[in-house]
Design a protein. Sequence first.
Length: 309
Amino acid sequence: MTVALFMHEDCLDHVTPEGHPEQVARLRRIAEALGGPDFGALDRRAAPLGEDADIALCHPQSYIDRIAAGVPDEGRARLDEDTWLSAGSMTAARRAVGGAIAAVDAVLDGSAQKAFVAARPPGHHAETATPMGFCLFGNIAIAARHAMERRGLSRVAVVDFDVHHGNGTQDLLWNEARALFIGSHQSPLWPGTGRASETGAHGNVMNIELATGSGGAEMRAAYEAEVFPALEDFKPELLLVSAGFDAHARDPLAQLNWQTDDYVWLTERLCDIAARHCGGKLVSLLEGGYDLDALAQASAAHVGALLSA
Ligand code: ZN
């Protein structure tokens, strides 16, 4: 079945300061890794520009205007300790939103069964009116809301395996009974949220805390015991994945010890669940991952597993 890959060179124009982990080179390395002969079957598409009305599925217009107004003509502007804007940031962020929405439409319309969106800036830390942790807009929550509000879905699952808690996605979907948000993350770790006791307004949030230093075996056990049964019960009509690759042992920002084959295992299992409940419909969006070699390897392994599902 077809796997669509959404990218756009505008995402290279969101430029962070020298030495910042969320750097342009991340996307270049992923493009290189997915450019090889093993990935000839990918249906490569340009991520369209998301519009204000798309971003407004999750964020107030005043927030969209504030981010747009903060974009500098040259150089960089700082939003918080970690989060920066450059001249191309708003356009890059619109590609990330537009790519996520187009990917949802592609799988719902059947022009692809699965999709991976390799865009930046990432999105899962952006809250309703607060940019955070390298993120400007909640790409995956916007994609979920698009599927529910505009495409009429009533059960959308979001699984976030980035090593950091997806506090933004949790915030944006907290009151959304039609969405199930499940995040696994190292705990304790920045941003400090994502305790198991945070369960959403409708019991629609599940947080899996993984101990510092734990590896693939602990991850697999937690997913088998808690995540997969919750997804089976929920019976999603669409499975969205926040794919961060910073739980990899080589990542400089966190202390989990996942290996590349752990990403293959997890991707295959998520594809099995999508196959059982929603005709395989799965959309994965890039989040974090800051060791460039590990990122290239693990993202290629993830997309390879989508292709062979
Ligand atoms: Zn992360």
